[in-house]
Design a protein around this ligand. Structure first.
Ligand code: MN
Length: 257
């Protein structure tokens, strides 16, 4: 049997599960909020064109209103000033969008510290247990933050000192960008950087280094808890928006059961 026939059979019989890592898209989907004077993205919205009525008697359809960085989405390199001449989202080679995943679970530490930052040593400790990070694969950071995804306030977790959400340290972001063999980093939060990363040096280090190195970000993932530390295959499918800095994406994982 061919590899693909075997895969389809495995999916049909349940020995390979297809896990949806995508947040549902609606006007309730949490979105990033920047402090003034910066401009914000819009919430997702549907604008009805017709619904089996005089505007279109046999059909229902909508226009959609969305930012590129709304809900579960992919950050393309050109999103950041460190990759001004880098790829836009339409230019990403499809083969890079089907890739193995390393899943690191730090949810127990995030539970007691919402400002938790992933360090190189955490990844090294993971590697000593599970082997090296996969070449061309994703590092997916499981924080438990997806449990808050129905609640904009809880998801952003902001107070007078700004948002408090987990992320990646400056040193670890630089290492993932420049030394680790990964194609990108995936997170459960609204962006790949910590809530407090506006005050880091450089600001927003994951965006700055990882996108600057021509790698990618995946945000607002769900259900990472159901993935094994190694062995899952991620299919990330952003829209090929010409010139786009990113796109909402359907992100699926294939997991052997
Ligand atoms: Mn983004």
């Amino acid at each position: 049997m061919s590899v693909l026939q075997e895969l389809v059979t495995a999916i049909r019989t349940g020995s390979v599960e297809v896990v949806d890592l995508t947040a549902p898209l609606s006007s309730e989907t949490p979105i990033l909020k920047l402090p003034p004077p910066f401009s914000d993205t819009i919430t997702f919205g549907l604008e009805e064109i017709s619904r089996y009525d005089e505007r279109g008697p046999a059909w229902y359809w909508n226009n959609i209103h969305t930012g590129e960085h709304t809900g579960t989405h992919l950050d393309a390199p050109v999103h950041w000033v460190t990759a001004k001449d880098g790829e836009d989202v339409s230019q990403i080679a499809p083969l890079k969008l089907v890739a193995p995943a390393a899943v690191i679970d730090v949810s127990d530490r995030v539970a007691t510290d919402p400002d938790f930052l992933l360090e190189i040593d955490d990844v090294r400790a993971w590697e000593s247990q599970h082997g090296p990070l996969p070449t061309g694969g994703w590092l997916l950071v499981r924080t438990g933050w997806d449990a808050r995804s129905d609640d904009q306030a809880g998801f952003l977790n902001a107070n007078e000192t700004g948002p408090h959400t987990p992320g990646i340290s400056v040193e670890c972001a630089k290492w993932l960008a420049e030394e680790a063999p990964v194609v990108g980093v995936g997170v459960e939060t609204v962006g790949t950087d910590a809530g407090q990363a506006f005050g880091f040096d450089p600001a927003f280090p994951c965006h700055s280094y990882v996108l600057g190195a021509g790698k990618y970000g995946l945000t607002q993932l769900q259900n990472l808890a159901t993935l094994p530390p190694t062995g899952a295959v991620v299919i990330a499918a952003p829209l090929p928006i010409v010139g786009g800095s990113g796109s909402p994406a359907r992100v699926l994982a294939l997991v052997e059961r």
